[in-house]
Design a protein around this ligand. Sequence first.
Ligand code: NAD
Ligand code: MG
Length: 395
Amino acid sequence: MKQVLTILGATGSIGVSTLDVVARHPERFEVFALAGHRQTAKLAEQCRSFRPRYAVMADEASAAELKQYLSSVGVDTEVLHGSQALIDVATAAEVTGVMAAIVGAAGLPPTLAAAAAGKTIYLANKETLVVSGALFMETARKSGAQVLPIDSEHNAIYQVLPENYTGSLHAHGIQSIILTASGGPFLETDLSAFDRITPAQAVKHPNWSMGQKISVDSASMMNKGLELIEAHWLFNCPPEQLEVVIHPQSVIHSMVRYLDGSVLAQMGNPDMRTPIAYCLGLPERIDSGVGCLDFSRMGDLTFREPDFKRFPCLKLAYQAMHAGGAAPCILNAANEEAVAAFLNHQIRFTDIAQVVEHSLSAVDAGETGSLEGLLEQDRAARSVAQQFIAAACSR
Ligand code: NAD
Ligand code: MG
């Protein structure tokens, strides 16, 4: 039977890689809906190629633009818009799986709704777990929704954990989970030059091609911090059993350390089509279009410890993970605001950590047991972060 997919964030980096894998296996997949926010031209092209039943845009104006284009080329995809439409296409009865590839906390409501509806969740949107880890995992457990990690590190861990992993490290003789990190473009940059880092430099990742926000997060290593929290929830791993190691070549995508001294790693070229194909193909392995890992041309694989002075965002994320409760939600919201302001040339790269640190200390922790409570917390943190950013701009 074909898998029927809704792809949220279809026009982004993960969305495009997903459609690349889907196109290689027309006998396996049918595209039910594509969502592309305001990227009308790109979504129009995707609708032409994949002929989904629905396309979802952010607002009426972009929906009207897409509608007009699709009717002019004879594509009968129905165009919807707004946040309820995202939830509708993520929970529709026909849909078997949802690729959650919207960037940021904006991805939470439709992803959570898909989990509540028992859909298989292909989870790229790590912010969903950072903001709502306990609620999301409990929602998926109750509905029986399978949550499959697309993030390359978590996908690697998923691949090297025992097949029958029950959510208890102890029961499986696992000592720790080790996330690898490339260290991003500023691993060797002199610390005195950090103040002058530009958005163009920050989005230029040495190994991966990704969206802007996650590229900046990789440069600050906030990305690894978000991934620690993601791993904590996905694998029920206590914070003290999570390690981070810098591995600049991005060949080993993460590892699991067992009690007997074994360390199991998953390797591959840095191309998100591998974890996407792994998840979409389960229980089989399917072609992803990714080339062979060539050991003869690989060179040295190196490892080192992360440095919190260089990467204060990683330290803040560790602190938020240990604090638990609303702290990760506040961390994430403040970081989203800070990254947007940095990309907008309003604040310096080094201000990102300051915005996050200030917000973590200034926002009162509220209720985290419901989506409404979390969204309220997210709004409060954004407002505090924006005030701090405005003050930083006027200095
Ligand atoms: P991207 O910026 O390339 O794409 C984001 C997508 O979300 C686009 O389709 C955009 O139209 C849509 N979008 C943006 N804002 C939206 C909003 N407010 N409401 C609805 N849709 C919105 O981002 P990306 O790099 O593809 O990353 C997507 C998610 O996957 C992020 O959570 C990221 O952390 C995660 N992820 C990405 C990679 C990667 O290699 N790119 C790897 C691991 C995890
Ligand atoms: Mg990752």
